[in-house]
Design a protein around this ligand. Structure first.
Ligand code: OFO
Length: 162
């Protein structure tokens, strides 16, 4: 039901989502090592969400009679300079993922694969939300700057992410 090109592109996206999960888990580990437990909890939830994105594509491939094929996941970075540095990288990463999703949509449209195009709409919307959330956190981090009380409160706020 889906072309080889689409199958390969969706498998590449599974790898990108698993790398996102790995990267955010590495960010969580960095935060834990710096005793920012709220930021760490937020990143752990983000990592789990990314794993969920990979699984969504996995199930779609199965549903359309194709299959998931896995390849090596790139080693994520493990050190950052500050919480702002981490979230700026997360934001940059989400912009890269948005480009990848857009390229996937372009491919689905060029192949007249409406089922895959329809499947990808969820990801298009998810990317808008993820880029926006990262930008909001960066804005708050820039507002508090090096103020320890402000950072403490922000860490506490992010710990309550559902
Ligand atoms: Fe962060 O949305 Fe998937 O990768």
């Amino acid at each position: 039901m889906i072309s080889e090109k689409i199958q390969k592109a969706l498998n590449d996206q599974i790898n990108a989502e698993l790398f996102s999960s790995y990267l955010y888990l590495s960010m969580a580990a960095y935060f834990h090592s710096e005793n920012w437990t709220g930021f760490a909890a937020w990143m752990q939830k983000q990592s789990a969400e990314e794993y969920g994105h990979a699984i969504k594509i996995y199930h779609y491939l199965t549903e359309v009679g194709s299959r998931a094929n896995f390849s090596a996941i790139e080693k994520p970075k493990s050190e950052w300079k500050s919480p702002l540095d981490v979230f700026e990288e997360a934001h940059k990463h989400e912009l890269t993922i948005t480009n990848k999703i857009n390229e996937l949509v372009n491919l689905a449209l060029s192949e007249k694969d409406h089922a895959t195009n329809n499947f990808l709409i969820w990801f298009v919307n998810e990317q808008v939300e993820e880029v926006s959330i990262a930008m909001q956190i960066i804005h708050k981090l820039k507002l508090v700057g090096d103020n320890k009380s402000g950072l403490y409160l922000l860490d506490r706020e992010l710990s309550s992410r559902q």
